[in-house]
Design a binder for this molecule. Structure first.
Ligand SMILES: [Zn+2]
Length: 161
């Protein structure tokens, strides 16, 4: 029997709540309902993958990894979330009802007001999680990213901008 996480409610989390939690990274989201059923969260010493398990009646720890082993630990914990989501919500993932939201996409859910209102540009890489806004980056940085990370020609990079 899995023990549930007492700090979390015994229901899926609301997307707004998750966005407000600065220590959360990836999560699994039912986008129509704005309901989050899995999160990667950073504690003081460990990163935890948590999932909402209806049968267990709440949130359970899917996996924990010490933070020191950063890159490796991160990969293991991401895999753990993926595996957990597939075994618990496989049908919903396959149909696209449930989606995995990565840190870059997370920032998009958290757009600054100036961007939301169209006063600032956003730089959204089509190839990876790179996402910045005119508040934090210059266009040149985005162009350099596309050229250096994804081998875009200058012309291709300007087309994305
Ligand atoms: Zn990129």
């Amino acid at each position: 029997m899995s023990k549930t996480v007492s700090k979390l409610p015994d229901s899926p989390l609301d997307l707004e709540e998750v966005i407000r939690m600065d220590e959360t990274y990836e999560y699994c989201l039912f986008s129509d309902a704005n309901e989050v059923v899995a999160i990667l969260i950073l504690g003081n010493e460990k990163a935890h993958a948590l999932g909402y398990d209806e049968e267990a009646g709440g949130w359970v720890v899917v996996q924990s990894e010490p933070i020191e082993s950063q890159a490796e630990g991160h990969e293991r914990i991401e895999d753990a979330i993926d595996d957990w989501a597939v075994s618990n919500y496989g049908d919903e993932l396959a149909s696209g009802e449930l989606e995995m939201v990565t840190p870059g996409q997370r920032k998009k859910n958290h757009r600054p007001k100036a961007v939301e209102e169209g006063f600032e540009l956003e730089y959204d890489c089509p190839e990876c999680d790179f996402y910045k806004t005119g508040l934090t980056a210059a266009p040149q940085e985005f162009l350099n990213h596309l050229r250096n990370e994804h081998d875009y020609s200058s012309e291709e990079a300007h087309d994305v901008l």
